[in-house]
Ligand binder design. Structure first.
Ligand code: AMP
Ligand code: ZN
Length: 470
């Protein structure tokens, strides 16, 4: 597996710390609102990475946090006149629903910032003891950025360049800083805000500390992979490295993976710009699997422009796969010949070659776009086999391969509940046949229209009436 490492800006061979295992930390959302589909991009792509690594035999420990203390959460709580935990708990629950809809697996652990404050206080104390941090008179604790010689190694910025920028944003209230480059580790409470005890003042941690603490607690001092959207490279991930490496004296993460932005009209989709769609907005119009398919149709590091046209083409692509799987299932159940024909060995050896090709392209820094193209090659192979009236065994093998590779992408080809949906459709089709037999064509047409409304198209074939999703 080759991974593009933001740290070295090159494609590197993945070498796990422990053979056969992957430890991975992905920065999660700040929970003050429904997540938008830009936030869904890292969830989907890194979930796919996780599934792929598991498919290749790795045991994956996957940690992703919820930032549940933050100015935005506090402001929203004030607006609604409730405690900030009411807001954070509400949106954690909503986020989990969206993740389920997107078929994003729950993380091994989903730590919350407010439950890890003790660890953050310990980290800050350690940094003070080692000379990497200091408390100002008002109790704010700052990280002494210049003390960490490698600061800037992830974002490839140098300190002098940063200093120019930071002077301008050295806002009032931060007069206690020794240097404009220093960043906040702990800040004093403000009226009406949640706070915790600490040796410096009653207050709350700066944002960056939580990820350093949680990654270490659940995965260890050094982890294999740390990931998130590319907007997190600086300052968030740079600061996490400074904190963790200064405190622990070892590298924090071997590989840093960052997804590109989901854009709209070539502008980053974000809450602050107001140019966003929530996952819920999309769910009103589409099966969320279509959104997942759309996200995976581009390489995770490329910017991706959201558009209705691309969603429609994702919808059509997903339908093509699902129709092929359903044709294979039909063939598996209804073929006259059960066991493999000798001539079908060729189809299955082609299938084997395509499965290898899938691994090859996915091994290139998780090239899901090419991975999907390989799935379509299998769809073409399957459709030809069905047309040539393949055996049950051949149909079953092709169907299982499609299910397996789509499963790696987190794409569901045969929904469990579709079993009952299928039954309902079959029943309607039987009723329509019955109506036609009785020459009640009005009723037959009515049923056909009803099925069409459900997105089901009927096809008369030699083997009887078959149906597929539009
Ligand atoms: P936030 O809640 O803003 O901290 O974001 C949670 C995750 O979503 C982070 O990994 C961000 O980098 C990522 N993210 C936010 N907006 C976008 C976007 N438009 N495209 C891709 N990733 C994004
Ligand atoms: Zn983080």
């Amino acid at each position: 597996m080759k991974i593009y490492n933001t740290l070295s800006r090159t494609l590197e061979e993945f070498k796990p710390i422990e053979p056969g295992k992957v430890s991975m930390y992905v920065c999660g959302p700040t929970v003050y609102n429904l997540i938008h589909i830009g936030n869904a991009r890292p969830m989907i792509v890194f979930d796919t990475f996780r599934r792929y690594m598991a498919y290749r035999g790795y045991e994956v420990d996957y940690v992703s946090n919820f930032t549940d203390v933050d100015d935005k959460i506090i402001n929203k709580a004030k607006e609604e006149g409730v405690e900030s935990t009411v807001i954070s708990e509400r949106y954690i629950a909503e986020c989990k629903k969206d993740m389920e809809g997107l078929n994003v697996l729950p993380a091994t652990v989903h730590p919350k910032a407010t439950e890890e404050i003790g660890g953050m206080v310990e980290l800050i104390q350690k940094l003070i003891d080692k000379g990497y941090a200091y408390a100002a008179k008002d109790g704010t604790v700052y990280y002494r950025t210049r003390a960490f010689k490698e600061y800037g190694k992830l974002s490839h910025k140098n300190l002098d360049e940063l200093e120019g920028g930071h002077r301008q944003i050295n806002v009032s209230g931060e007069e206690g800083k020794e240097d404009p480059l220093d960043f906040v580790l702990w800040k004093p409470k403000k009226e009406g805000e949640p706070f915790w005890e600490s040796p410096w003042c009653e207050g709350r941690p700066g944002w960056h500390t939580e990820c350093s603490v949680m990654a270490r607690k659940y995965l260890g001092n050094t982890i294999d992979i740390h990931a998130g959207g590319e907007d997190l490279i600086f300052p968030h991930h740079e600061n996490e490295i400074a904190q963790s490496e200064a405190a622990n004296g070892v590298p924090f993460a071997h590989y840093w993976m960052h997804n590109g932005f989901l854009n709209i009209d070539n502008q980053k989709m974000s809450k602050s710009l107001g140019n966003f769609f929530t996952v819920r907005d999309i769910a009103e119009k589409y099966d969320l699997q279509v959104l997942r398919f759309f996200m995976l149709s581009a390489h995770y590091r490329s910017p991706l422009n959201f558009s209705a046209a691309l969603m429609e083409s994702a919808k059509a692509g997903l339908s093509r796969i699902r129709n092929s799987v359903s044709d294979l299932a039909y063939r598996e159940a209804n073929a006259d010949r059960k066991e493999l024909w000798p001539k079908e060995e060729e189809i299955l050896s082609e299938l084997g070659r395509l499965k290898e090709k899938f691994n090859e392209v996915m091994d290139q820094d998780l090239n899901t776009a090419d991975g999907i193209s390989v799935i379509f090659e299998i769809v073409r192979l399957a459709n030809t086999a069905v047309k040539e009236e393949c055996s049950s065994e051949c149909a079953r093998t092709l169907k299982e391969a499609l299910n397996e590779l789509c499963g790696v992408m987190g794409l569901v080809t045969e929904k469990e509940e579709e079993g009952s949906l299928d039954e309902e459709i079959e029943k309607l089709i039987d009723q329509r046949q019955e109506a036609r037999k009785n020459k009640d064509f009005a009723k037959a047409d009515e049923i056909r229209d009803l099925l069409l409304k459900k997105g089901i198209i009927l096809k008369d074939t030699r083997e009887g009436v078959k149906w597929e999703r539009a």
